[in-house]
Design a protein around this ligand. Structure first.
Ligand code: FES
Ligand code: FES
Length: 158
């Protein structure tokens, strides 16, 4: 009989405790997307280089592809699904739309999550501070100028 490597853990995601069975090798990204159906965090490089998978862990941006689900422990995970939904977007998401902050949009959830952490810590960031906060996020469409304008707009609209 095949032995199961799955263990049941509880992960706090977007304010809810979720029971989920995980293999010890599974990343947080895999569990969010494939076990919990939260596909907002994107699988880009899957090796800690692009930031498309960025989520917040106790408020700090992390690459969900580069940490194991078992490493999360009691920390709170927040994904882009917690910010707003179609028809009821939050101010940062609205600013990305208004400023055309995405082209293909694959990188956008990661940028939005990194910018969420920035704006929580700094309500009026300078352009250099925005660039520094987003340094771990890559955009293959090279929409950086529009992305920075989006974050500036969200800050000034507050
Ligand atoms: S998918 Fe995680 S850093 Fe690229
Ligand atoms: S908008 Fe396409 S990767 Fe950034």
């Amino acid at each position: 009989m095949a032995m199961s490597n799955l263990v049941e853990i509880t992960v706090n995601v977007n304010g809810e405790d979720r029971r989920v069975e995980v293999d010890h090798r599974w990343t947080l990204l895999r569990v969010l997307r494939d076990s919990l159906g939260l596909t907002g965090a994107k699988r880009g490089c899957d090796r800690g280089e692009c930031g498309a998978c960025t989520v917040l862990l106790d408020g700090n941006p992390v690459y969900a592809c580069s940490m194991l689900a078992l490493q999360v422990g009691a920390r709170a995970v927040r994904t882009i699904e917690s910010l707003g939904v179609v028809g009821d977007l939050n101010p940062l998401q609205t600013a990305f739309l208004a400023e055309d902050g995405g082209q293909c949009g694959y990188c956008t959830p990661g940028f939005v999550m990194s910018a969420t952490a920035l704006l929580k810590a700094n309500v009026n960031p300078s352009e250099d501070e925005i660039k520094e906060a987003l340094v771990g996020n890559l955009c293959r469409c090279n929409a950086y100028g529009r992305i920075i304008e989006s974050v500036k707009r969200a800050a000034s609209d507050r």
